[in-house]
Each structure stands twice: as C-alpha cells, then as structure tokens.
Ligand binder design. Structure first.
Ligand code: NAP
Length: 269
C-alpha cells in the first residue's frame, strides 16, 4: 500500500442502522481519497466510531486508549460522545477534509487497585464505581491526598471524570462538569448517615491532581465490586484503591463549539 494513502479506522457496532451508516461513510470517504478500514490500523489518522455512547466507550477501551483522535456517528440513543448524525455524513467528511474542527482532550481516570498480593491499574473514560457485591452495603474509609475525609457506609461511591459527569454521576445527583475543567467528582450512592458512619450526602468536586484513596474496612475487603465504564471487576483481599486523573489522554474532534450545550439541552432539558 502506498504511503500516501490516508487511512481512517471505522469502528462500528453490528446493528442494522450502524451497518447502513458504515456503507454510506465508506463511499463518502472514498470521494475524497480517504480509505476506511475495519481492521484497526495504528497508522490511521482518525478513528470513526459508529453506534451510541457505549460503542464509543468500548472502542476506546478495546484499542487501549489510542492517541489517534475519535469522532462518533450516532446510531444509538442521543449519544453524548457521538457528535455526527447519520444524515450529516457528507457534510461531516467535507468539513473534516477542510480541517474545520477543534481537537478536544478527554480527561481520563486511573485507579490502582492493590490487594494483599498485587496491584492492578484500570483506566476509565466516564467513571469508576466502587460498590458492594450482591447489592450489599459496604464500609469504606476515604482519604484525599492522605487527609482523612470520611467513613462511608452505603451502596458505594462513583468517581467520575468531567466527560462522565453527565452519565451515572448525573443520575446519582452529581453535578455536570464542563469537559475542559481538570477535576474529578466523588458522588455517594445512597449514603447511610449514622453515629458510626458520617459521610458527605452530596458530591464533592476536587482538583484532578489530588489522590483519592479508598480503603475497604476489615470484613469488606472481599465484598467490593469495581465497575469501570460499565465493566465489572472483582478482586480478592483489596487493601487500597487509589484514584487520580490519568496522564493518558484521548482526543475527540469537535465540529461546533456549541455542540456541548446543544447536546446537554437536548438530552436533559
Ligand atoms: P448502557 O447501560 O447501555 O448505557 C447507559 C446509558 O448511559 C446510555 O443511555 C448512554 O447514553 C449513557 N451514557 C454513557 N456515557 C455517557 C456520558 N458520558 N454522558 C451522558 N450519558 C452517557 O451502558 P453503556 O452504553 O455500556 O455505558 C456505560 C455507562 O453507563 C457507564 O459508564 C455509566 O456512566 C452508565 N451507567 C449509568 C447508570 C445510571 O445512570 N443509573 C447506571 C449504570 C451505568 P445514550 O443514550 O446517549 O447512549
């Protein structure tokens, strides 16, 4: 293949609307000398994801948080990450070729989960949820940069990124955070307030460079479920979960500076 070929990765889910959209997109790319490929190529200049928000999240996880920028064509529900509507494909390709876009940095979240034997790292786009297995109440001690914050008891806590603030965080009473603000949000899930366990009843937004440390109380070290962007993980004998803004970033094309506000209004108001 010649070095001049401009490759575009097409990452699509399998539903009928997505397959139809993929065909239309391939044809449109070809008109401008761009080659769409379904075999993920690390030398491609762009990743186009066809589907809903879930497809967007999976495309980033499966391809290990690539630095090639993403853009989403929405064939799911509203699609918070998916800016392009299938009816606007020809306009989108034209504007892409003319470079009429900005590149947005998506802040990610890292969690280091340490058990008695080993540490594991997870990276999230939306959030990491620490909750109980089998719907059990859990007890957690939480620190921010080594300062004791609270003894939490309840269903769990969500640690969300700005991009994830409109997802599970928002349904759980957390605030919406504009994507360029470098911060993390800690949102309680049904906190129990008693003499033994006092925790914040609402969410707290903290600077992204602080480290959140969550230690399951003795007896709860094997009752913890960690949910990373909707994917469940279980570890035995958890001693500590440390969360902070990741050094890794992913990138997304923005074709309109107003799309965030339009999306927000369409989805929630
Ligand atoms: P899913 O169960 O198929 O979809 C969950 C919903 O979350 C979809 O309606 C999707 O919106 C929405 N969503 C995902 N990321 C979003 C974002 N950044 N802003 C606004 N809405 C967003 O699961 P999935 O598609 O694999 O997504 C996993 C995500 O589900 C998790 O990261 C978590 O945030 C979310 N979740 C939410 C709840 C809740 O709200 N109670 C509970 C569990 C998980 P669209 O309709 O626009 O596609």
């Amino acid at each position: 293949m010649s070095n001049d070929v401009r490759l575009i990765n097409i990452i699509s889910n399998r539903n009928y609307e997505s397959r139809k959209t993929k065909k239309k997109l391939m044809d449109e790319l070809q008109k401008y000398g761009l080659l769409g490929t379904e075999d993920y190529n690390r030398n491609a200049e762009l990743n186009i994801c066809i589907g809903g928000d879930g497809a967007f999240l999976r495309a980033i996880h499966r391809n290990k948080f690539p630095t090639i920028p993403f853009v989403g064509i929405n064939t799911g529900h509203l699609g918070f990450f998916q800016e392009i509507a299938p009816d606007n494909i020809s306009d989108f390709v034209k504007r892409y070729v003319n470079k009429e876009y900005d590149i947005e940095e998506i802040t990610l979240l890292d969690a280091e989960v340490c058990t008695k034997k080993k540490c594991f790292t997870l990276t999230a786009i939306n959030e990491i949820v620490i909750k109980g297995i089998k719907s059990k109440v859990i007890h957690l001690t939480m620190y921010i940069d080594n300062n004791h914050l609270q003894k939490f008891s309840g269903d769990g806590v969500i640690i969300s990124t700005p991009a994830g603030s409109t997802a599970y965080n928002f349904s759980s009473g957390g605030s919406i955070v504009y994507p360029s603000i470098k911060c993390l949000q800690i949102t309680p899930l049904s906190p129990i307030s008693s003499k033994a366990f006092r925790s914040l009843p609402t969410s707290a937004i903290i600077p992204g460079d602080l480290i959140i440390s969550v230690k399951p109380e003795f007896r709860y070290e094997n009752s913890i479920l960690i949910v990373n962007d909707g994917m469940e993980f279980r570890y035995d004998d958890i001693v500590d979960i440390s969360l902070k803004m990741s050094d890794k970033k992913v990138y997304k094309l923005n074709f309109s500076k107003d799309s965030y506000w339009e999306n927000l209004k369409n989805k929630f108001l």
